[in-house]
Each structure stands twice: as C-alpha cells, then as structure tokens.
Design a protein around this ligand. Structure first.
Ligand SMILES: Cc1cc2nc3c(=O)[nH]c(=O)nc-3n(C[C@H](O)[C@H](O)[C@H](O)COP(=O)(O)OP(=O)(O)OC[C@H]3O[C@@H](n4cnc5c(N)ncnc54)[C@H](O)[C@@H]3O)c2cc1C
Length: 562
C-alpha cells in the first residue's frame, strides 16, 4: 500500500468541508457567479457529512422579524460571551439569518413548522430574545442535489491535510483520498475552510473514541490548517462542556430547555434558581456548567432534565424533533433504557470539553466577511470564531465568505505554493505507512484525549496546564512511532496530529488568560476573578512563522460599529 501523488488540481474557489457551512458556501458562490469553477471536498461525503448529517430539529440563531430584533441578538451573544465575541459578527448573523431560512424553504431543503397562529414556531434558549426556529427536513441530500444542479464539483472521501500560502496569501491545499491513497495538490485563488470544530477532544463519558457529541469527522484539522498557514485563532482556552444524556452523546439540551424543561438535582430542586435567578436554564453555558458541577460536588447529584410538567403536545413535538428529524437512534436509546421522556426524569452528565465556534466562541479569527488574516483564506461555521453561532452562523458565514470571494475573484490570481512544502506534506503522510512496527493511531489518540478532562476542565491551574504542555512534547515524539496499515489509518494519523496541535493551543491559551471568565468556560483556580486587563480581549494563538513555535498574545475585540 502506498500513497501516490497524482496531477495537480485547480479551482477558482476551493471549499473544504461539505457539512453545513461548506455546501452553502459552494452554492452561494455559484449563484453569485455561475462561471466560477467551485470545488467542494469532504473527508466523508457531502450527501451525509457533518453535524447536520441526518437533519436538525431547530435553526438556532435566526432573527425572525416581529419575533426578535437584531439588537437583542447582539446583546444576547455579548452576554453569553462576556464581551469576548465580535459584536459586528453577531450583527451579520442576526441581519442575514432570516433570508437564509426563507431560501431553504423556497429551495425545498428544509421546512419550518408553523403554529396554530400561522407563525413560525420560535422559542427561547438565549438569555434574551427568541432565536430558535423549529426545523424539519432531510437537508443534506437536498443540498447535494442543488450543488450538482448548479455545477459545483465535489470530491468525497477527500481530506485536506494542509494549506499552502505564498507571500501572505493562500495558494492551495494538500488533498488526500482516504480510500484510494491518492495525494494531490489543489491550487486555488481562494479557499473557504468549513471543517467544523474539534469534536474529538475530551473523551466522551461513554468511553468510545468516536461516540462524540460533535461530528466525529471533525478532529480539528481545520484549526491546525489555519494555524500552520499563518492564521490567528481565538478563545482556544474556552471549555465547551455540554450537558449530555447519560450514556448517549446525543442532542437534547437545547431542545428540552427551549420547550420549557428544567434542570433538577436528586432532591428535585430546580437548582438554576440559585445560580442564575434571572436566566435560569438559559444562563450562559459556563455558568450552567459551574452550577451543575457544584451540585454534583456538593452531593446533590445525579442531575436530571425534568419534562414531566410539559403538556403532552409539547413532549410530542420534542420527540418528533429529536427522534424523527435529528437523531433516530436516540429513540431506540430511550426505549432500551425504558425511559419515557415525558414521564421519567432524564439523567445527564457533563461531556467534553470540545472546541467549537458553533456551541462556543472558539476558532479562526475572522472578520465580517469571514476573512482570516491570510489573504484569500476564509473560515466559516464551527471552525471560525463566530460566537455561539450554531447553524445560523454556519449558513450566514458560508454565504458571506462565498459572496465576498466571488466579488473579488476577477482581481485574484493563482499563487504558487512552495514545492518543498508540498513534498514535506507528502512525506508526512507517507511516513506512518512506511513503519513496519509501532503503535496504532487510536492508541495515541486515546492517550492524548485522556489528559484533556483532568488538565483542561475547569477549575484549571498553572501546575496542571504546565504538566499538559510537557505531555504534549511527549505526544509529538510519539507521533513518529505510530504506524498506519491502510489509508484510513493514515487519515487517523493526520487527525491525531491535529488533536495534539489543538491541545497545545488550548493549553497555551489557558495559560495566557490569567483570569477567570465565562463561569467554568475558563476558571483558573490561581486567578479566580476577572481581570480588567483581559476585558474585551481575545487570547490569540498563532504560529511564529520565523521560528515555527506557538505564540499567544492579547488582541482587542473589535468595537461595535452598530
Ligand atoms: C449533536 C448536535 C446537535 C446540534 N443541534 C443543533 C440545533 O438543534 N440547531 C442548531 O442550529 N445547531 C445545532 N448544532 C450545531 C450545528 O450543527 C453546527 O454549529 C453546524 O452544523 C456546524 O456546521 P459546519 O459546517 O461548521 O460543520 P459540520 O456541519 O460539522 O461540517 C464539517 C464537515 O467538514 C468535514 N471535514 C472535517 N475535517 C475535514 C478535512 N480535514 N478535510 C475535508 N473535510 C473535512 C466533515 O466531514 C464535515 O462534513 C448541533 C450540533 C451537534 C453536533
């Protein structure tokens, strides 16, 4: 088995990641300029890949006119992010999300149920305003059909492993087919990165490496690619810890809460009344996590979702959304457990941490057109720091990136990647296949992810973070001892390298932010209070392109332009 480099590919616009943001970006680029040559690649398949592979029960973060306002949305994200999210980005999401809802409806890609009053069913999940619209539909195959009709070229089972930049602008990407072992350089005038967040970070409580809440294909290569190409990443210190059904890392939390479910402890107390009397279960996620951990630590666990007070029709709506629209296996899970969600308490655990620009603020630092600091490189969706944006930000920023790239395309030209860098990337991929002996990539992945929870979950301390840094050095050395027996394992070797990169980013950013913020989103036992020095400041992680080392620095969050 060997990896063969085949002829170079070229595209005006290369979109990497065919989950949620990627297909929207590719489609919108073609809609803006049908003459553009657009190539969309996905490590899995565009037809079923990504976080919304089966569908999604709500369009989170849509500002429906007459229901909520743009300003309410900007204020809500400001509250959730404690000021560490670009308000101008929130404004773009709020302003453009409803048009996307209408387009999805017109295209027949998704449907949005209406209530008896004929209006969209929109519920509250944020501290302020109502931004979650009930959604149905088998979105991915419908999008894949539209892409084919519009002439978007797609490559499935094709993983991007590195981006190449030349003279400060993006020049292309290394693509690896995980089935055939073919390696190709794809040159592009512009690239939109839509590879999702880092879903393979903390080990899930279930113990399964790939039984993650986030799409398990999203192993953080997007963050690693931005980093190695010279981009900046923000909020890598933020712990995205989600309340999870015990023994099943599936959706539930936002659905249960937006429909009026409570969080209760083993004494039956609705404990969020103590920790966030104003926002209750809709408190910012780090505050909620801190509350849950406190309940567990102080012996009032287990903790549960309680839906028993909800009307039967609401419980049916919840079941329809989760069991039919989003995750049919969850229906089987509850059946096997003998749990009727309308009648029984639903036990939960805290899973993660993960990293994500959808459920949190983590990711590539981008501007209002999704642009990174590497010219012609855009990032959209969970790979970008678009502050708790969920599918709303993925679709909106897929759109703005594509439209900006399409507008600028006449002035763009191909840049020439450094052939030595391409050769080095090919060698990196080939190395594990050439090893006769060594350990499996999954063994290293387990080792790396095992330290995430004890070292990075709040409360964090300098001693634990420093110990994690030392472990990272060892993991990097271990990478040279991992062998791959087939192309699939080569993919896993690339993934584990990205997991190590993102671990180092999380540790260094956690060390840099010498304060506590976002409740348990980032709680330093040695700096337990907020520090004014970090007010409205990102902790940025970037590569020092001269030395190759990882650097961190503070950078002001942009002022709101209103
Ligand atoms: C279980 C769950 C429930 C959720 N519920 C909701 C909800 O109800 N409402 C809501 O609004 N949001 C919800 N979200 C969040 C929302 O789904 C995400 O924010 C959004 O889908 C992210 O879109 P994306 O395009 O960034 O990533 P994804 O849709 O995950 O797509 C990323 C794609 O990149 C591909 N990829 C990864 N690495 C590579 C690589 N190296 N090369 C090539 N391809 C690569 C993957 O295969 C994948 O197809 C939920 C998320 C999850 C995981």
């Amino acid at each position: 088995m060997r990896i063969v480099r085949k002829e170079d590919l070229a595209a005006d616009l290369l979109v990497i990641g065919g989950g949620t943001a990627g297909p929207m970006a590719a489609l919108k680029a073609k809609m803006k300029n049908p003459a553009l040559d657009v190539l969309l690649v996905d490590k899995a398949t565009v037809r079923r890949g990504g976080s919304i592979c089966r569908g999604m029960d709500a369009f989170n973060n849509v500002t429906v006119p007459g229901v909520a306002t743009v300003q309410q949305y900007v204020d809500s994200i400001d509250l959730m992010s404690d000021g560490i999210a670009d308000p101008n980005i929130s404004k773009v999401v709020a302003e453009k999300s409803f048009a996307i809802l209408r387009e999805l409806e017109e295209w027949g890609v998704a449907t949005f149920p209406r209530g008896a009053d004929g209006k969209y069913m929109v519920q509250k999940f944020h501290p302020k305003g109502a931004f979650l619209a009930e959604m149905r539909g088998d979105i991915k195959p419908a999008m894949a059909k539209l892409l084919a009709e519009r002439g978007v070229r797609t490559l499935n089972r094709t993983m991007a492993t590195r981006l190449f930049a030349a003279g400060g602008r993006v020049a292309g990407a290394a693509l690896f087919n995980i089935r055939s072992g073919v390696f190709q350089l794809c040159r592009a005038k512009a690239i939109i990165l839509c590879t999702g967040g880092q879903g393979r970070f903390g080990l899930p409580d279930s113990g399964y490496l790939f039984g993650t809440f986030d799409c398990p294909f999203n192993a953080g290569e997007g963050y690693a690619m931005v980093y190695h190409a010279g981009g900046e990443l923000a909020n890598m210190e933020y712990n995205d810890v989600s309340p999870m059904l015990k023994d099943y890392e599936g959706p539930g939390h936002s659905t249960f809460i937006r429909h009026g479910g409570y969080l209760v402890n083993s004494l039956g107390e609705r404990f969020m009344t103590k920790y966030s009397p104003e926002f209750l279960e809709r408190a910012p996620s780090g505050i909620r996590e801190q509350a849950m951990r406190t309940e567990l630590r102080e012996g009032r666990g287990p903790i549960y979702y309680d839906l028993r007070h909800l009307p039967a029709a609401t419980v049916e709506l919840i079941k329809e959304g989760i069991f039919a629209a989003e995750r049919p296996t969850e229906k089987e899970f509850f059946a096997l457990k003998g749990i009727d969600i309308g009648k029984d308490l639903i036990e939960l655990t805290l899973s993660g941490p993960n990293m994500c620009g959808g459920h949190g603020p983590t990711g590539a630092l981008v501007g209002v057109n999704a642009e990174t600091r590497v010219a012609n490189l855009y990032a959209a969706g969970d790979v970008a720091s678009t502050g708790w944006g969920f599918v709303g930000a993925a679709w909106v920023f897929g759109t703005v990136a594509a439209e900006d790239a399409a507008d600028r395309m006449p002035a763009l030209a191909f840049a020439a990647p450094d052939e030595r860098e391409v050769a080095a990337e090919l060698a990196r991929l080939k190395a594990p296949l050439g090893r006769e002996d060594g350990f499996d990539p999954e063994e290293l992945e387990y080792k790396v992810r095992r330290i995430v929870k004890p070292h990075l979950t709040s409360p964090k301390s300098e001693a634990r973070l420093e110990a994690a840094l030392r472990a990272v050095e060892g993991f990097r050395a271990d990478l040279d001892k991992v062998r791959a027996r087939d192309y699939h394992e080569v993919m896993k070797c690339v993934e584990v390298a990205a997991i190590i990169d993102t671990l180092e980013m999380a540790v260094r950013a956690s060390l840099a932010r010498r304060e506590s913020r976002w409740g348990y989103g980032h709680y330093r036992i040695d700096y337990p209070a907020k520090d004014a020095v970090w007010e409205k400041k990102y902790a940025v992680v970037a590569k020092d392109m001269a030395t190759g080392g990882m650097v961190t620095y503070a950078k002001p969050v942009p002022e709101y332009r209103g």
